[in-house]
Design a protein around this ligand. Structure first.
Ligand code: NAD
Ligand code: LMR
Length: 327
């Protein structure tokens, strides 16, 4: 049996984590031969701590053989201690009529404190994934506190957007999810994101060949994918949870697996694909060693794609302006 890996998860009594934690404990994220210790962080409020206790009771009652321990805490220093994965979910979700950027003021400061503590106490090989919105800019805030750990170890989740794009394309083409490949979502996890259908393939054919309706691709498809989060809030009254948890599992699995192909992840830009440096932007990534990625440098961009990327880049820069005092 391998030694257990410590996985810190914040917002552990929230709705995403209710879908996420059992899947981690069942081995779906790090492997069916990999024991885990879950280090669960919640705010100190009595109600949240009681709810966290309830979640832990349920996890215990699942009798997962790979779950080698649970730590329940409101102290980030305890939660992130020696953690190899830090999954930063805990933060406020938006409600109907809000944009994710409206959360910046409230959520941004969470990632200042957590970034500092992760840098101080997490494992040397710690990988940090930011889910709490607006996740790209929160990732930038978190990484800005790093002195010991590399800033590139902080990524933010675009995988839900990639999965949404996959589902829409498969439905339109009348094919299976696995028939579609190379769909990458660039930029901000916001309506300005750009799901690059030009490079996507249905088996060996270009998506643009299979879907002749270019107007659908350029307008409806991009808008459905970009505004899917709001559509779910409109329908459910609360934001996506099961699909978000699933995307986080996919994100970590891909990042941890050499040969997992090209996937979308928000990473620190050094000027690739026309993005400004030092912002966290969705880009095509591939894994070069477990937990280590590179940005795939060779995707061709059409003029349409460049225009869309310029727009989402501008939005990321304006978010950076808003949080300048936190960096
Ligand atoms: P939720 O309100 O159900 O749960 C959030 C939990 O975080 C709460 O229990 C809260 O007490 C806790 N929390 C708040 N501040 C914390 C802190 N400083 N430390 C630890 N815990 C803290 O919300 P949710 O539906 O689980 O969503 C969580 C976040 O994920 C939101 O910001 C949401 O917008 C975001 N989200 C992102 C994506 C994505 O694709 N990036 C997808 C879905 C949701
Ligand atoms: C989503 O895309 O579902 C999440 O980011 C939640 C939201 O606020 O849209």
């Amino acid at each position: 049996m391998k030694p257990p890996i410590r996985v810190a998860v914040t917002g552990a009594a929230g709705q995403i984590c209710y879908s996420l934690l059992p899947r981690i404990a069942a081995g779906e994220m790090l492997g069916l031969d990999q024991p885990v210790i879950l280090q669960l962080l919640e705010i100190p409020a009595e109600k949240a701590q009681l709810a966290l206790k309830g979640v832990a009771m349920e996890l215990a009652d699942c009798a997962f053989p790979l779950l080698h321990g649970m730590v329940l805490t409101s102290d980030p220093k305890v939660a992130f201690k020696d953690a190899s994965w830090c999954l930063l979910v805990g933060s406020k979700p938006r409600g109907p009529g809000m944009e994710r950027a409206d959360l910046l003021k409230d959520n941004g400061r969470i990632f200042v404190g957590q970034g500092e503590v992760i840098d101080e106490v997490a494992a040397d090989d710690a990988k940090v994934v930011v889910v709490g919105n607006p996740c790209n800019t929160n990732a930038m805030i978190c990484a800005s506190r790093f002195k010991r750990l590399p800033k590139t170890s902080v990524t933010a989740m675009m995988r839900l957007d990639q999965n949404r794009a996959l589902a829409q394309l498969a439905a339109k083409c009348g094919c299976g999810i696995n028939d579609i490949s190379d769909i990458v979502v660039y930029g901000n996890h916001s309506p300005t994101m750009f799901a690059d259908f030009f490079n996507a393939k249905v088996n060996d054919k270009e998506v643009t060949e299979v879907i002749a309706d270019r107007a659908w691709l350029e307008t409806d498809f991009l808008s459905i994918v970009g505004k899917r989060g709001a559509a779910i809030i409109e329908a459910r009254g609360v934001s996506s949870a099961t699909s978000a948890a699933n995307a986080l599992i996919d994100h970590v699995k891909s990042l941890n697996t050499v040969g997992s192909g090209i996937y979308s992840m928000a990473v620190r830009s050094a000027g690739e694909y026309g993005f400004a440096s030092e912002i966290w932007s969705g880009m095509p990534c591939r894994t070069i060693a477990p937990g280590r990625y590179e940005i795939v440098p060779t995707m061709a961009l059409t003029a349409f794609a460049r225009e869309r990327i310029a727009k989402t880049n501008a939005e990321l820069l304006s978010e950076r302006e808003v949080v300048q005092s936190l960096l």
